[in-house]
Design a protein around this ligand. Structure first.
Ligand code: MEV
Length: 312
């Protein structure tokens, strides 16, 4: 029997833009999905999914999850034709779109397989395996989610569009800070939303290029903001990043409500995080008191919310 874990994440800058090779910044959150692997007599694999989740999440993702686990096993080159394995997923990370739940589970399974079958993988190989798993959830993942799930901390991530290794750099924060994540309760299909954005990019190339230019300014300034520990600037830039995400059509009424409530209650910045069209919002809320205020404000509107620390 062996156990592995993967972090949940929030994208602070660059969802969707990262797909096209632009840099993005993601933060791991201190909450994980775990995978336990036990060998079984019957061949093949079986799964018990005990992860906490927003209603409908696990059902909606079931087919993709099956494809994902098959991809992981293929990558690991594990022969299950004579004896099998049982995978049990658990941990504290509440599955909702936008929190990197699929990537956290891929990393957890990859780590557990690495242990159980003594594969001798380092973190880069675990990450590569989790990336194959992510492909089961949507055909063309950028790799940012599995990278944050595997390495933790705050990562600067840039996909290599030629298919080579991505750029992965750790950004150090002077000290950790508080965030609030809130869920719309809507589970969006990453594949569908990414495909819609791609169609829009193809149809309105010039307009999209301008958005990309604006985004590049935002993310480069944000990196400097992290280096200077200028949280006010980072919050402002998160708001600007959110405006671009509205423009490319991935926000929705519920996300706008969450962002609005959080900003009104004093968040330093608030934006959708992850796929959008549902999923989650992240608000930057330095200090426990502010974090509790924002948490309370979104809960009062009937949304599920969580308090996390980033930069750990
Ligand atoms: C999903 O968490 C983030 C997206 O940018 C897709 C990806 O990076 O693969 C929407």
């Amino acid at each position: 029997m062996a156990k592995g874990a993967g972090y949940g994440k929030t994208i602070l800058f660059g969802e969707h833009f990262v797909v096209y090779g632009l840099p993005a910044i993601a933060a791991a959150i201190g909450s994980t999905t775990t995978a336990i692997i036990r060998r079984t007599q019957p061949p093949g694999w079986t799964l018990t999914d005990n992860r906490p989740a927003v209603p409908g999440y696990k059902k909606k993702k079931l087919d993709e999850q099956t494809a994902s686990i098959n991809n992981i096993l293929r990558f690991a080159d594990i022969d299950l034709s004579e004896t099998g394995i049982h995978i049990t997923l658990g941990g504290k990370l509440v599955c909702a779109s936008g929190i990197g739940a699929s990537a956290a589970s891929c990393t957890a399974i990859a780590r557990a397989l690495n242990e159980e079958f003594r594969l001798g993988w380092d973190d880069n190989k675990v990450n590569a395996c989790a990336y194959e798993g992510e492909k089961g959830y949507h055909g063309t993942p950028s790799g940012i989610d599995n990278t944050a799930a595997t390495f933790g901390g705050i990562v600067w991530f840039k996909r290599n569009l030629e298919g080579g290794e991505p750029t992965i750099e750790t950004i150090k924060m002077k000290e950790p800070t508080e965030i609030v994540i809130a869920s719309t309760g809507i589970t969006a299909s990453t594949k569908e939303v990414v495909d819609d954005v791609r169609r829009m990019k193809e149809e309105k190339g010039k307009w999209f290029d301008q958005i990309i230019e604006d985004y590049l300014d935002i993310v480069n300034t944000a990196r400097q903001g992290f280096e200077d520990h200028d949280l006010q600037l980072i919050g402002l830039l998160m708001n600007q990043n959110h405006n671009l995400l509205i423009e490319i059509g991935v926000s929705c009424v519920e996300l706008e409500e969450l962002v609005g409530v959080s900003r009104q209650a004093g968040a330093w910045g608030a934006k959708l995080t992850g796929t959008g069209r549902g999923g989650n919002m992240v608000a930057l809320t330095p200090g426990r008191e502010l974090q509790n205020n924002i948490f309370g404000a979104v809960k009062q509107r009937g949304f599920s919310a969580w308090r996390y620390t980033i930069g750990i």
